[in-house]
Design a protein around this ligand. Structure first.
Ligand code: G4P
Length: 290
């Protein structure tokens, strides 16, 4: 990832979000629908405190829709309103201001009862890098405002962006850090492209991708890559490498002597996974929530 999240950065990011929270009515917490747990900041409840919140499961176009529904039900059971969207095309993005208004309806009703004319709802989008914050801001604004790419600590003048007539958004999102302590989380973030692989070994990430996909989505990858031999034991590293080699052979990733170029095969696996070419894939289900 381009950002090194040292403790100092985390403190600064947290302070910046807490400053922005004073200006807004609702936080829009953006998660990746494929990995709602790994893409969630571990301290988000502590950071957002009792600020009204709408959870947005982004990249729903790449996620398994049945599991996304389960996530929405699980968040509801935990007392949160959530919606699944695709910011890249705008699908369901229009529901965000509508739902934000619903969440704040009591506050709005109180203002009206006091004879006040309620102003537009003010929101802030928060989330880890690459979850789609800038894409969503641009989509809601209907024009290109937010630059994609993140730099915690770099702030420009803040402005309000109009979203329809009832909502305004801060143009700079709140950037949160992902969980790093758990290796599995790191691998899932890397598999989905949230962590860029320059700093990670492509074969390692593809190894974990194949392991998770063989576990949850064997028929899908078997069909996509023309594989006929399922793994006999997912805990056997040789078996996972064997599948990676099978994929490499099917895609012509061969080097002299007929050996498989595992690095090339790994690149293909990850590119196709991230682009949704393997179908809609979700790596985390609500039962994994502690
Ligand atoms: P950030 O501000 O949270 O860091 O994320 P950003 O908007 O930069 O989005 C990160 C990547 O995710 C971008 O792709 C963006 O196009 C993609 N993305 C965002 N929302 C969605 C979505 O709902 N569905 C899908 N399929 N993709 C989404 P990129 O490859 O990094 O850039 P680009 O090639 O699109 O320019």
């Amino acid at each position: 990832m381009s950002i090194q999240w040292f403790p100092g950065h985390m403190t600064r990011a947290r302070r910046q979000i807490q400053e922005k929270l004073k200006l807004i009515d609702i936080a829009i917490e953006l998660l990746d629908a494929r990995i709602p747990l790994s893409s969630r900041n571990p301290m988000v409840d502590e950071i957002l405190l009792d600020k009204p919140r709408l959870i947005v499961l982004n990249k729903a176009d790449l996620a398994d829709s049945k599991t996304t529904e389960q996530w929405i039900a699980a968040f509801k059971a935990a007392g949160h309103v959530s919606v699944a969207v695709d910011s890249s095309t705008g699908t369901k993005v229009n529901e965000i201001p509508v739902m934000a208004k619903q969440i704040l309806h009591e506050k709005i009703a109180r203002q009206i009862a006091k004879g006040m004319n309620p102003r537009a709802i003010r929101g802030l989008i928060v989330g880890i890098p690459n979850v789609g914050k800038s894409t969503l801001i641009n989509r809601l604004a209907g024009r290109s405002i937010a630059e994609t790419g993140d730099r915690p600590g770099v702030t420009k003048g803040q402005q309000w962006i109009k979203v329809g007539k009832d909502m305004e958004l801060l143009d700079t999102p709140g950037i949160l850090w992902p969980k790093f302590e758990d290796q599995l989380v790191g691998h899932r973030l890397a598999m989905t492209g949230a962590i860029k692989e320059q700093i990670l070994n492509v074969e390692d990430i593809a190894f974990f991708a194949v392991k998770e996909l063989a576990h949850r989505y064997w028929p899908t990858i078997a069909e996509r890559f023309g594989l006929d031999k399922p793994p006999s034991d997912l805990e056997d590293a040789d078996e996972i490498v064997r599948i990676m080699e099978d994929i490499g052979r099917k895609r012509g990733c061969l080097v002299s002597g007929g050996r498989v170029d595992l690095e090339k095969a790994s690149g293909i696996i990850l590119r196709e996974l991230r682009a949704g070419k393997l179908g809609r894939i979700t790596l985390e289900t609500p039962d994994m929530m502690i």
